[in-house]
Design a protein around this ligand. Structure first.
Ligand SMILES: Nc1ncnc2c1ncn2[C@@H]1O[C@H](COP(=O)(O)OP(=O)(O)OP(=O)(O)O)[C@@H](O)[C@H]1O
Ligand SMILES: [Mg+2]
Length: 230
C-alpha cells in the first residue's frame, strides 16, 4: 500500500530524516518506535505532506505522492491522526466528524460504523470537542480520520496522556481495522507494550535513522524493549 524509499528531510540546516525506507501493507499494523525527538512525527508528517522531503520517494498503491499536497494525499486515501489529537475544541463532535469529510461531497453522511467503533461519540455527539476527556478526544480524532474511509491510516502516539481503559479500547479498534484487510496502518509509539501487542511489523528509529526492523512477534526476542527504554 505504502512504499517509502530513501527519504531525507531537513529543518533548516538540521538533517532530521536520514535515508528512511519502509513499507506498510494492507491488513497490517506497522509500528514505528523511538525515543523523544528521533524524528517519528517528522516522518509521519512527511508521509502526509505536512513537511517537505528533500529527496527520496513516497508511493501509495504504486503511485508517487511525495509532490502532492496534504489535501490531495487525503483524497488519495491517507487518514492522519496527529500527535496531540488537534481536534477542534469549539466545534461539536458531529462537526469535528464532518471536518473529516470536508473534501468529500457535501452530502456524504458520517458513516454510522464510527459510532459502533466508538460508542461514546454517539452519546457526546452534540458536545463540544473541548469538553471531552483526553481519551474521548483521541477517539474523536481517530474517528475523524476514518470518516472518509482511508486506505492508509497514520497515527502519531495515540496513547499519549490517555487513561489505560481507553488505551485498551483504541488498541482493539486498531487491531479490528487491520484485520478487516482493507487498510494499512502506520502507528508511532513510545509505549512499548501497546506497540508490541499491535505490531505486525516494526521499525525502530534513532537520530532520524532506522536502526532495527522486523516482525512484531520477534520484538521481544530482538531486544527492542531495551532499544526504546528511556
Ligand atoms: N518545526 C521544526 N523546526 C525545527 N526543528 C524541528 C521542528 N519540529 C521538530 N524539530 C526537531 O526535529 C527532531 C525530530 O522531531 P520529531 O518531532 O519528529 O520527533 P519525535 O520522534 O516525534 O519526538 P516525540 O517522541 O517527542 O514526539 C527534533 O530534534 C526536533 O527538535
Ligand atoms: Mg512526535
Amino acid at each position: 500500500m505504502l512504499t517509502v524509499k530513501n527519504i531525507h528531510q531537513y529543518y533548516g540546516g538540521s538533517h532530521i530524516l536520514r535515508d528512511v525506507s519502509f513499507e506498510a501493507t494492507l491488513g497490517k499494523v506497522t509500528v514505528l518506535l523511538g525515543r523523544n525527538g528521533v524524528g517519528k512525527t517528522t516522518l509521519l508528517k512527511s508521509l502526509m505532506g505536512l513537511v517537505p522531503i528533500k529527496s527520496g520517494s513516497i508511493e501509495l498503491e504504486g503511485k508517487p505522492i511525495h509532490k502532492a499536497t496534504p489535501y490531495d494525499r487525503a483524497r488519495a486515501g491517507i487518514g492522519f491522526v496527529p500527535q496531540g489529537r488537534e481536534i477542534f475544541a469549539r466545534l461539536t463532535v458531529e462537526e469535528n466528524l464532518r471536518m473529516g469529510l470536508a473534501y468529500k461531497s457535501g452530502s456524504t453522511p458520517i458513516p454510522s460504523e464510527l459510532f459502533d467503533l466508538f460508542p461514546v461519540l454517539k452519546q457526546m455527539i452534540n458536545r463540544r470537542g473541548g469538553d471531552l476527556s483526553g481519551g474521548q478526544q483521541q477517539q474523536l480524532a481517530i474517528a475523524r480520520a476514518l470518516a472518509p474511509k482511508p486506505k492508509l491510516l497514520i497515527l502519531d502516539e495515540p496513547t499519549e496522556g490517555i487513561q489505560p481503559s481507553i488505551i485498551k479500547d483504541i488498541g482493539r479498534v486498531i487491531r479490528m481495522l487491520a484485520d478487516r484487510g482493507d487498510m494499512a496502518i502506520v502507528l508511532c509509539e513510545q509505549y512499548y507494550d501497546f506497540a508490541q501487542e499491535l505490531a505486525d511489523d516494526y521499525l525502530v528509529m534513532e537520530r532520524g535513522e532506522v536502526i532495527a526492523r522486523g516482525l512484531g512477534k520477534d520484538m521481544e526476542a530482538q531486544g527492542v524493549r531495551q532499544l526504546v527504554a528511556i
